[in-house]
Design a protein around this ligand. Structure first.
Ligand SMILES: Nc1ncnc2c1ncn2[C@@H]1O[C@H](COP(=O)(O)OP(=O)(O)OP(=O)(O)O)[C@@H](O)[C@H]1O
Length: 312
């Protein structure tokens, strides 16, 4: 990939808070006019990475380039070209929603029509409401409007749909897809697998400040095991259950305990594997509450890579 096609280049970034390493040698790139999701559990280092790309933090080690510029040194040149949607923006607490949007619009030379934007994001219903009185979902929608009103080339959206109802989530997804169609690059962080799977052209999975997997949703879910079986039982498993089930299923199959009542079987699993799991339950005297065979999801990819579930 030619550098000119890349909107963001993060190279071996290290960020610490005191002794705590928040970002641990992270490298990733974002193609222009794409939607790229940075996915990871709480505390993975997503927000810190985004804040560094936005120029709020200086890389302690490694480097970050955004639209070919250094976000700290070239801040003045970069700011009019990027939009940032932060998680919460309490500084505005007394200002009314549409006043805030109008104020931000005035800072740009060629802003979008704020009436149209307020319509699209359903902001008229709360246009005169002070920021601190907005619901979580309304604050998110206003934050998104403020991030894009200046027609940025690149937008960073941190958990854009956290706290939104299903309809607002769909509206937000559609808006982000329209931005991409207009050539805007969208970088978003999310905890939601369905959001990343549905929206993103490219996904970076981050854990403990490191990149652990990267690719399109299809490439990520196609690789490795193609199917998984989830087993949930009514009483805690006997000791050594994962090992005993693994022995029953053979060497190609991976068994991961999620908690004392559930485990995941992944590998080339098929109906006969399902029957073997069921037979094993019978032998062990455990009663399945549910036993399901399904396609591998991003959640399964994360589980295979880390042995943990992604969603809190
Ligand atoms: N200002 C700070 N001071 C000290 N530690 C911090 C600070 N901000 C973040 N951290 C720590 O750095 C690590 C990475 O945090 P960060 O917010 O970047 O992760 P995240 O992936 O965005 O998490 P979340 O999904 O919860 O927003 C966490 O362990 C967090 O507790």
């Amino acid at each position: 990939m030619h550098d000119a096609d890349l909107a963001v280049v993060v190279d071996d970034l290290v960020m610490r808070y005191g002794d705590k390493v928040a970002v641990d040698g992270l490298s990733l790139t974002v193609e222009r006019a794409s939607i790229t999701a940075v996915l990871g559990p709480n505390g993975a280092g997503k927000t810190t990475t985004l804040e560094t790309c936005e120029g709020f933090r200086k890389p302690q080690s490694g480097s970050v380039r955004v639209l070919g510029l250094d976000p700290v040194r070239d801040r003045r040149a970069l700011l009019p070209r990027i939009g940032v949607m932060l998680q919460g923006s309490g500084a505005w607490s007394g200002a009314r929603a549409l006043e805030m949007l109008a104020h931000v619009a005035k800072l740009h030379s060629d802003p979008l029509d704020i009436g149209m934007l307020a319509d699209r994001l359903g902001l008229h219903e709360c246009g005169r409401t002070p920021y601190r009185r907005l619901s979580g979902g309304q604050q998110q929608r206003l934050g998104l409007a403020m991030a894009i009103v200046g027609r940025p080339e690149l937008v960073f959206v941190d958990e854009p749909t956290a706290g939104m109802d299903p309809q607002a989530r769909r509206t937000t997804w559609k808006l982000l897809q329209e931005l991409r169609a207009d050539g805007v690059t969208v970088v978003l962080t999310t905890h939601y697998m369905d959001e990343a799977e549905r929206l993103a052209d490219h996904i970076h999975i981050v854990d403990h400040g490191r990149l652990i997997a990267s690719g399109s949703p299809i490439a990520l879910t196609r690789g490795g095991a193609s199917t998984t079986i989830r087993l949930v039982v009514t009483k805690p498993f006997p000791p050594g259950a994962p090992e005993s089930l693994r022995a029953a299923l053979g060497p190609d199959i991976e068994v991961t305990a999620l908690d004392e009542l559930s485990l995941v079987v992944s590998g080339p699993a098929d109906a006969s594997t399902l029957a073997k799991v069921s037979g094993w339950c019978d032998e062990q005297g455990v009663l399945p509450e549910s036993l399901t065979l399904g396609q591998r999801t991003l959640e399964d990819v994360f589980l295979e890579l880390t042995g943990r579930e992604l969603q809190p």
